[in-house]
Ligand binder design. Structure first.
Ligand SMILES: Cc1cc2nc3c(=O)[nH]c(=O)nc-3n(C[C@H](O)[C@H](O)[C@H](O)COP(=O)(O)O)c2cc1C
Length: 333
C-alpha cells in the first residue's frame, strides 16, 4: 500500500526548504524544538555519491534525522542518471524517510555541468525519465514513499508553460516551484504571479504545488498561499538564525532568546559533528543569529574567531557583560 503523507497535510502547509550545508541534523533539531515546519527537507545529496561505497559513508551524515521529532521529512537527491536515482530513491525509502525529492533547480555550475539540478530544465525528456526512475525505485520497496520535485520556472527564460506540464505528466506527489529562472539565480524578486499560474496549470492533476522564494515569515507565507492558491509555501533563508520562524505562537523574540538559541545550536552542532569539526558551517549561522540588535555587528565579528561551542558561549557572555544585562530583555529590532 502506498503511504502518502502529502495527502494528510492540512492546507496551506509550510515547509522548510532544502539548503546545502544549512538544513543539517543540528539545524533541523533547532526547528523541531522551537517551531516545527509541517514538512522538513534535508539538504541535497548526490545520488551518484550515495551509490558509491566511499561516497555513501561520507554522505550519510547529511541524511541523519530524528524519526520522532522531524516527521514528515523528505530527503532530496540530485543526479542526471535515472539509474542512480532509481537506486538512491530505494535507499531513501529504506532509511525510513517519508518522501524523496528530486532537485531540478540548483543553479550551481558544477552541478549543472553534470546535467543535474536546473540543467534538467533543458532536458525535459531526461527529467521525466528521472522522475519515473525514482518512482520505480520506491515502488520496489515494501514501503513505497511519494516522489516530489523542486524546480525553477525556467533556465534562461520563463518556460513554466511547457516545463510544468512535462513534470505533471509524470505525476509526482508535489512540485515546489522556486519562482525564478536559473539565470536569475537569486538576484531578482521571486515572481509569485507565476506560482498562481503554476497552480492553474496543475489544476485537476492532483499534484500539489508548493510556492517558494523570498518569503519572509509565516504571515507572508499565509498571504502568498491565499493570493496564489498554492497548496503549500516553502521558506528557506528566513529560517536562518530564526528557529521560531514556523512557530505561529511566537510573537516578539527577545535578544536573550536569540543568544540562547545561538549557544544551544552550537552545542547540538558540536555534539553531532564532534568538537571543532566543520565549525566554519556553524560560524555561518552566527551571522544570522547575531543580527537585529544593537552591538550585533561587533558580536558577529568576535564570533568569527570561535572554534567550538564553549568559545561561542564565552563570547556571548562577554558581549552581555560589555553592553549591560538590559540587552537580554530587549526585543529584536
Ligand atoms: C545556502 C543555500 C543552500 C541551498 N541548497 C539547496 C539545496 O540543497 N537544494 C535545493 O533544492 N535548493 C537549495 N537552495 C535553494 C532554497 O531551497 C530556496 O529555493 C531558495 O533559497 C529560495 O527560497 P528562500 O527565499 O525562502 O530562501 C539553497 C539556498 C541557499 C541559500
Amino acid at each position: 500500500m502506498e503511504e502518502n503523507f502529502w495527502k494528510q497535510l492540512k492546507k496551506p502547509f509550510f515547509a522548510l526548504a532544502p539548503m546545502d550545508d544549512v538544513t543539517d541534523f543540528p539545524f533541523r533539531t533547532m526547528l523541531a524544538l522551537h517551531g516545527k515546519p509541517d514538512v522538513l527537507w534535508t539538504e541535497f545529496v548526490s545520488a551518484d555519491g550515495l551509490m558509491h561505497p566511499d561516497g555513501l559513508k561520507a554522505l550519510l551524515p547529511k541524511l541523519e534525522y530524528d524519526g520522532e521529532a522531524e516527521r514528515p521529512i523528505v530527503a532530496q537527491l540530485f543526479s542526471a542518471s535515472p539509474e542512480k536515482i532509481r537506486q538512491a530513491a530505494y535507499l531513501i525509502a529504506d532509511l525510513g524517510f517519508d518522501g524523496v525529492d528530486i532537485n531540478m533547480g540548483c543553479p550551481d555550475k558544477a552541478i549543472n555541468k553534470q546535467g543535474a539540478g536546473a540543467a534538467l530544465i533543458k532536458s525535459p525528456s531526461l527529467a521525466a525519465e528521472i522522475i519515473i526512475a525514482a518512482k520505480e525505485g520506491v515502488a520496489s520497496h515494501h514501503r513505497p514513499i511519494p516522489v516530489s520535485v523542486k524546480t525553477r520556472i525556467g533556465w534562461n527564460e520563463d518556460e513554466l508553460e511547457t516545463w510544468l506540464p512535462t513534470l505533471l505528466a509524470t505525476r509526482p506527489a508535489a512540485i515546489t516551484v522556486h519562482a525564478r529562472t536559473r539565470k536569475e539565480m537569486s538576484l531578482v524578486p521571486a515572481r509569485w504571479d507565476r506560482i498562481a499560474r503554476a497552480v492553474e496549470i496543475a489544476k485537476g492533476t492532483g499534484v500539489l504545488i508548493i510556492g517558494n522564494g523570498d518569503v519572509t515569515d509565516l504571515a507572508d507565507a499565509h498571504a502568498k498561499a491565499r493570493e496564489t492558491g498554492a497548496d503549500g509555501v516553502m521558506l528557506g533563508r528566513a529560517a536562518l538564525g530564526n528557529p521560531w520562524v514556523f512557530n505561529a505562537h511566537k510573537k516578539d523574540i527577545r535578544v536573550e532568546e536569540k543568544l540562547l538559541a545561538l549557544i544551544e545550536h552550537s552545542k547540538i552542532f558540536e555534539q553531532f559533528y564532534g568538537e571543532g569539526h566543520r565549525f566554519d558551517v556553524m560560524r555561518k549561522h552566527y551571522k544570522a543569529y547575531a543580527n537585529g540588535f544593537s552591538g550585533a555587528r561587533q558580536l558577529r565579528t568576535t564570533l568569527m574567531e570561535s572554534k567550538n561551542a564553549a568559545d561561542a558561549e564565552r563570547i556571548v557572555a562577554e558581549f552581555i557583560a560589555s553592553v549591560g544585562a538590559e540587552i537580554k530583555r530587549s526585543v529584536l529590532e
